[in-house]
Design a protein around this ligand. Structure first.
Ligand SMILES: Cc1ncc(COP(=O)(O)O)c(C=O)c1O
Length: 434
């Protein structure tokens, strides 16, 4: 039953000769769980096939974009049509208007939308815009929230909560990090303290409205209230990073689901349907500060690329024509319930956090609401869970601190397969010994 992974092993060795760590984004290297990453050869619906021909039931979905499953016919057809018309012009096209209109249909508060090529570019540009608009330099982010790899965002909390941050990556200047204040998610009092000290200097607060990047953390109503209230009171902008949650949790993402009122919103992932896209948008009065209308510079050779726009349009149109959110919720609820039962039967304490089609099983007692609670999970048990599933053909994210995603291609058969794999994995009690 164990998969043979000889070809993935060979490719991983070869990849490491020419690519740092053999991968082009660190989490793909399986460092948190050990073992050899599977090299993927193709994908269809809810499944991937690795280079050795093993079929894998996919709970990563390219880290979020593939809400319609892999190779959805409407998306593939739209890309093929665009392909026949040329790859990139560096000039405006009609598809950019249509996609911006679709974004605005889902997020009516976004009067204007600017397309870029990744989520990183979207958040980086939104922060520059917030600084340009407010004339202030400091920003606030939350521990365990990830917004891409721009310098001012690769920052962790400094020595005291009420100090500027310190770089969380080599190569980030301390001077940049000092302008980033790091607060704790779901801890409104700490945010209030920060604003009391620095309120007049803060350009923006950026946050994940449901955290995916510490594992799934769900915002409490008092935290959301504090975000809105404090940013308003001190004249800072509130930036909702919907790169992961946008078009996934609802048509209008977390903004719709929780009734949020951010000043700026960032998107990515689903918006590109599997091709590289990001975007940021908001009220006209703010967005009009962006070049060529205003003084905040931001540009991109491949921004609004025809293939990416076509894939994004087909994805959003498919989602909007037949909204899948109730079906995704039903799958998620059944998965969550099934997992709860299996872990309870095995006597293993877990906290399962889920919103719609994003889910994390934390290996510790619940509740898990904060970053500190999330990082106290038992990562050794997580490793056993991950490898137990992978050997049985279920491809869960290779880190305790990542969200698993499922798609409209996941149905009853996939649910049974998943729960059967978990049940079998849990029969290896030695692997889960604490
Ligand atoms: C919430 C969030 N924001 C921003 C990003 C960065 O997006 P990208 O990887 O497209 O640069 C990510 C990536 O995972 C994300 O999850």
């Amino acid at each position: 039953m164990r998969h043979s992974i000889t070809r993935s092993e060979e490719l991983f060795k070869e990849a490491q000769q020419v690519i740092p760590g053999g991968v082009n984004s660190p989490v793909r290297a399986f460092k948190a769980v050990g073992g050899t990453p599977r090299f993927i050869a193709r994908a269809q619906g809810a499944y991937l096939w690795d280079a050795d021909g093993n079929q894998l039931l996919d709970y990563i979905g390219s880290w979020g974009p593939m809400i319609l499953g892999h190779n959805h016919p409407a998306v593939v057809a739209a890309i093929q049509q665009a392909l026949s018309e040329g790859l990139s012009y560096g000039a405006p096209t009609e598809r950019e208007i249509r996609l911006a209109q679709r974004v605005r249909e889902a997020y009516p508060s976004a009067d204007l939308v600017r397309f870029v090529s990744s989520g990183t570019e979207a958040t980086m540009s939104a922060l520059r815009l917030a600084r340009g608009y407010t004339g202030r330099d400091r920003i606030v982010k939350f521990r365990g929230n990830y917004h891409g790899h721009a310098d001012s965002l690769l920052v962790q909390a400094g020595s005291g909560l009420l100090t500027g941050g310190t770089p969380s990556s080599a190569g980030v200047p301390q001077a940049f990090a000092e302008l980033t204040l790091v607060a704790d998610y779901n801890e409104p009092q700490a945010l209030e303290d920060l604003f009391q000290r620095y309120g007049e200097e803060i350009a923006a607060v950026i946050f994940e409205p449901v955290v995916g990047n510490a594992g799934v953390l769900i915002p409490t109503p008092t935290f959301l209230e504090a975000l809105h209230h404090l940013t308003r009171r001190y004249g800072a902008l509130l930036i909702a990073d919907e790169v992961m949650t946008g078009f996934r949790l609802a048509k209008g993402g977390a903004v719709e689901l929780f009734g949020l009122k951010p000043d700026l919103i960032c998107w990515g992932k689903i918006l590109g349907g599997g091709l590289p896209v990001g975007a940021y948008g908001g009220r006209a009065e703010i967005m009009q500060q962006v070049a060529p209308l205003g003084p905040v510079y931001q540009a991109g050779t491949l921004s609004g690329n025809p293939l990416s726009m076509a894939a994004g349009l087909a994805t959003l149109e498919t989602l909007f024509q037949d909204p899948p959110y109730e079906r995704l919720e039903a799958y998620g609820a059944a998965l969550e319930q099934g997992l709860q039962t299996l872990f309870a039967e095995a006597g293993l304490p877990v906290a399962i956090n889920r919103v719609g089609s994003m889910i994390t099983v934390f290996f510790r007692e619940g509740p898990v609401q904060t970053y500190t609670e999330a990082v106290a999970s038992d990562t050794e048990r997580f490793k056993a869970f991950f490898h137990g599933l992978l050997q049985r053909g279920v491809y869960w994210p290779p880190s305790q601190f990542e969200a698993a995603f499922f798609s409209t291609a996941h149905g009853p058969e996939e649910l049974d397969k998943t729960l059967e794999a978990v049940a079998q994995a849990l029969k290896e009690p030695a692997a889960f010994a604490g």
